[in-house]
Ligand binder design. Structure first.
Ligand SMILES: [Zn+2]
Length: 287
């Protein structure tokens, strides 16, 4: 069987429990904590590539490394830590009637594997001038979609698996394409036959539905507070920009469009411009 370009064999299969059960399994940690106890409840996501989802007393103000975070009406918040984040982040917590308090968060370091892929068409590894112009415009469109800063709090309900298949690529690996070093792999790949349904991993709004040079047909969903998911290499797209979708709703189909060597879903998770590892927030594949 051929595998996706941004893929590697791990031998792990994806179990396929019913959607409702997977939704329950996906519930993230959402403890309501007093501001001073905020970091005590944060046991998930404090790693490089981690998405942190939590809840504080409504009215609390938060900032991560000096950047203000949205706090939802129920106290929901989210932030992400990049693949190459340093060993520490500073969360500033200002209770509704209190003084700001800086809390140091320890960010666990991860080791990223090296992944070598050969057999890609040369024009997809080293694009020509025309392709480069197109790629630049597409990067800008994608950056705009991912910069969406909405008040939605859909992210707080957790995530479901976007499709069924075999894990064929992991987040963070250093890529070597046809022998040339390239940027790391910023997605989670699931290999599946072309036409396999893709569902929204979380309630959200479609911010991008287009066909790109590298990603092929892709969809981006906004889940609020900068949290978004991306579905690439689709054979078909069944939603339009601006449309509201629900977790588990059919939005497209697995395909081999863009830079691939075989059909798979490249699933991306990000917090604004920071790509994150989707695997820890998805239901257990052995569940
Ligand atoms: Zn990928």
């Amino acid at each position: 069987m051929r595998i996706g370009a941004d893929s590697q064999r791990t031998g792990r299969g994806l179990a396929a429990p019913p959607l409702a059960r997977r939704r329950l399994l996906a519930l993230p940690l959402l403890a309501v904590l007093p501001a001073e106890g905020l970091t005590q409840g944060l046991t998930q996501g404090l790693t490089q590539g981690g998405l942190v989802i939590g809840r504080v007393a409504p009215g609390t103000r938060l900032a991560l490394d000096g950047r203000a975070l949205r706090v939802g009406p129920g106290g929901e918040y989210a932030f992400g830590l990049g693949r190459d984040h340093g060993p520490e982040a500073v969360l500033t917590v200002t209770p509704p009637s209190g003084r700001p308090e800086a809390q140091r968060l320890e960010v666990a370091k991860r080791d990223w594997p090296v992944q070598s892929i050969t057999g890609l068409p040369p024009k997809q590894v080293t694009p020509d001038a025309t392709a480069l112009r197109r790629i630049k415009l597409e990067r800008e469109r994608l950056a705009t979609a991912r910069a969406t800063d909405s008040a939605l709090t859909d992210f707080a309900a957790g995530f479901v698996l976007p499709t069924h298949g075999r894990v064929s690529g992991v987040f963070g690996s250093q890529r070597i394409l046809n022998g040339e070093p390239r940027q790391p792999h910023y997605g989670f790949d699931i290999a599946a036959p072309a036409g396999t349904p893709i569902v929204a991993a979380c309630d959200g709004t479609v911010t991008l539905a287009a066909e790109f040079f590298f990603f092929g047909r892709l969809i981006v969903l906004d889940h609020g507070h900068g949290v978004n998911t991306l579905y690439a290499h689709c054979s078909a797209i069944g939603v339009r920009e601006g449309q509201r979708v629900e977790a588990g709703q059919h939005i497209g189909a697995v395909g081999a469009t863009g830079r691939v060597t075989g059909p798979h879903l490249h699933f991306g998770l990000s917090w604004f411009a920071t790509w994150l590892d989707a695997q820890p927030v998805l239901p257990s594949v052995t569940g």
